[in-house]
Design a protein around this ligand. Structure first.
Ligand SMILES: Cc1cc2nc3c(=O)[nH]c(=O)nc-3n(C[C@H](O)[C@H](O)[C@H](O)COP(=O)(O)OP(=O)(O)OC[C@H]3O[C@@H](n4cnc5c(N)ncnc54)[C@H](O)[C@@H]3O)c2cc1C
Length: 450
C-alpha cells in the first residue's frame, strides 16, 4: 500500500460476480493493488464440487506472489505424469517432474477443490496481507448489468454500483450474455463421470496404492479414442479423484447437473469392459459418482465491454484435458492485479480492460484449442508433448503443439508492459514477445521472435 502511485491512479470500488476459484483469486489480486473489492456469490457454497484441481507452476507462482497459505490446500506435490496402457496398466509415456521446481521456480500442486477454494477465500477476506480485506456477500445472484452506468442488478432486488465489474460467474455466466456474447457451443463427443476413492479403502482391499506415485496418471489416450481414465491424488494423498471419459454414445450426461443424486457404480464401470483390472477395482469402490457435463465452446471474440470484464470459465470455458482451467482463471486474476496496480493504472478503467483482453485472449484461446486436441490424443497434453521418443507419439502439427515452456517460461509482467506500451504509443524495449523471451527455443523447434 505504501508504494508510490502513478499520476491518475485511484482506488476503485470493484464488484466481483461469482466467488469461485477465479472470483476469490481476483479479489486477492485487486485488494493487493489497493482497491476495495466486494464479491457477490449466488450460492452459500454448500454445493462446492468434491474433486481435485490441478495447479501447475503457472498457477502456483501467483499463489506464492499473493501470500496465499498454500499448505492450507493440503496439496499433493506432483512428481510425474504417467500415461498407462489401457488394458495392462503398463506405463507408456512418463513425464518426470523431478527438475520441475528447479526449472520453473514453483511446484505442480494437486488440490482438492474445497480446500483450494477455502484457502483462496481466507486469503481474500482475512485482515492479514496487503490491502483492504475483500467483502463476501452470499445469496446474491446477478441478473443484469447496466454496462453504461456500471450497476449490477441481483435477483433479490438489490442494485449496486461499481467502478469495475468482474464477471467470474463460471461456465453458465450471466455476465457473458450481458456483454453480448452468445456462444456457439455443442455437447462434447465424450462424456465424463467423476468418482472419488479413499486411498485407505483401496489399501484395505489390497489394491495398488496409487497415492504413492504422487502422479497425475492416465489410462488410454494413445489410441485416438475418447476412452480415458485420469487419476489425480489430493488431500495429501488420502483421496484419489478419478475422471472417467468415454464416447457420448455410451452415456449422454450433457444436460445433467453436478451435485444431484450420485450415480450407481455399475454405470461408472459399464463403458470400460477392457480396462486394466487394477484401476477398474479402484473404480468399483468409487463414491460420490457424479457426471461432469462437457460442452465445447468456440473462443469468444472479446473479454470486456466498458468497465465490465469476464474472468475464468465465464470468459473461456475449456475442455479439462490440459488441466489448465483453474490456472487460466488465476492468470486472468493476476493480469487484472498487474493492470490496476499503482504503476500501470492511470485512471482509465476501459484502457486497462482493453489491454486485459489483448493479453489474455490469445493465451487462453491457445490453451483452449490444445485442450480440445488432448481430449483424444494425450501426446498433445503439456508434458507428454515433449515425449517424442515413444513409439506411439504423434501430434496434429509439431510446430503448433502446446509445450510446457510456453506455459511456464511466460512472463505476464512483460506481456502487459508490451501491450500497455503499444496502447500508449510508447516504445517497448525488453527482449520479450508476448511474454516469452526472444530467442527461446521450444522443443518443437519454434524459436520465439524468429
Ligand atoms: C469436476 C471438476 C473438476 C475440475 N478439475 C480441474 C482440474 O483438475 N484442473 C483445472 O485446472 N481445472 C479443473 N476444473 C475446472 C476449474 O474448476 C475451473 O476452470 C475453475 O474453477 C474456473 O473458476 P471460475 O471461478 O471461473 O468458475 P467457478 O469455480 O465455477 O466459479 C463460479 C462461481 O460463480 C457463481 N455464480 C454463477 N452464476 C452466478 C450469478 N449469476 N451471480 C453470482 N454468482 C454466480 C457460482 O456459484 C460459482 O461460485 C474442474 C472443474 C470441475 C467441475
Amino acid at each position: 500500500m505504501g508504494s508510490l502511485s502513478t499520476p491518475g491512479w485511484r482506488q476503485l470500488n470493484v464488484g466481483v460476480i461469482g466467488g469461485g476459484i477465479g472470483g476469490m483469486s481476483v479479489a486477492i489480486a485487486l485488494r493487493r493493488s489497493g482497491h476495495l473489492v466486494t464479491i457477490y456469490e449466488r450460492a452459500d457454497f454448500a454445493g462446492e464440487v468434491g474433486a481435485s484441481v490441478s495447479c501447475a507452476a503457472n498457477g502456483t507462482r501467483w499463489l506464492h506472489e499473493w501470500g496465499v497459505d498454500v499448505a492450507k490446500g493440503d496439496p499433493v506435490v506432483l512428481k510425474s505424469l504417467i500415461n498407462r496402457d489401457w488394458k495392462t496398466g503398463e506405463p507408456v509415456s512418463v513425464y518426470s517432474l523431478d527438475d520441475y521446481e528447479k526449472r520453473w521456480g514453483y511446484v505442480y500442486n494437486m488440490f482438492h477443490r474445497q480446500y483450494m477454494h477455502a484457502m483462496l477465500k481466507d486469503c481474500a477476506l482475512q485482515e492479514e496481507g496487503e490491502g483492504v480485506p475483500a467483502k463476501l456477500v452470499v445469496n446474491h445472484k446477478c441478473e443484469d448489468i447496466d454496462l453504461e452506468k456500471g450497476t449490477i442488478k441481483f435477483a433479490n432486488g438489490v442494485t449496486v454500483h461499481h467502478d469495475l465489474i468482474v464477471g467470474s460467474d463460471g461456465i453458465g455466466s450471466a455476465v457473458r450474455g450481458v456483454l453480448g456474447i452468445h456462444p456457439a457451443k455443442r455437447p462434447a463427443d465424450s462424456s465424463c463421470l467423476h468418482a472419488n476413492v479413499k486411498t485407505e479403502d483401496a489399501v484395505k482391499l489390497g489394491l495398488v496404492d496409487y497415492s504413492q506415485d504422487s502422479a497425475l496418471e492416465y489410462w488410454g489416450g494413445q489410441e485416438g479414442k475418447w476412452d480415458k481414465i485420469v487419476l489425480s491424488p489430493c488431500n495429501g494423498g488420502k483421496l484419489l479423484s478419478y475422471y472417467c471419459f468415454f464416447p457420448r454414445e455410451k452415456g449422454d450426461y450433457s444436460t445433467q447437473q453436478w451435485g444431484t443424486e450420485d450415480r450407481p457404480v455399475e454405470e461408472l464401470l459399464a463403458p470400460f469392459p477392457e480396462l486394466d483390472a487394477q484401476v477398474k477395482a479402484h473404480l468399483a469402490i468409487g463414491i460420490e459418482i457424479q457426471p461432469w457435463r462437457l460442452w465445447v465452446h468456440d473462443p469468444y471474440p472479446y473479454m470486456h465491454k466498458n468497465t465490465t470484464c469476464l474472468l475464468g470459465d465465464a470468459g473461456h470455458p475449456m475442455m479439462p484435458h490440459q488441466s489448465q482451467g483453474a490456472c487460466m482463471a488465476i492468470e486472468d486474476a493476476a493480469a487484472l492485479g498487474i493492470l490496476f496496480n499503482k504503476q500501470n493504472f492511470k485512471g482509465d478503467v476501459a484502457e486497462c480492460l482493453d489491454v486485459y483482453t489483448k493479453v489474455r485472449l490469445p493465451r487462453v484461446t491457445r490453451v483452449q484449442a490444445a485442450a480440445a486436441k488432448a481430449a483424444y490424443n494425450i501426446n498433445e497434453r503439456i508434458g507428454f508433448s515433449a515425449n517424442k521418443d515413444i513409439a506411439t507419439y504423434k501430434v496434429e502439427d509439431e510446430k503448433k503443439k502446446l509445450t510446457i515452456e510456453e506455459m511456464n517460461a511466460y512472463d505476464m509482467y512483460k506481456d502487459i508492459d508490451e501491450e500497455l506500451a503499444k496502447a500508449r504509443g510508447q516504445e517497448y524495449k525488453d527482449k520479450y514477445l508476448h511474454g516469452l523471451p526472444i530467442g527461446l527455443e521450444l522443443p518443437n523447434g519454434v524459436v520465439i521472435g524468429a
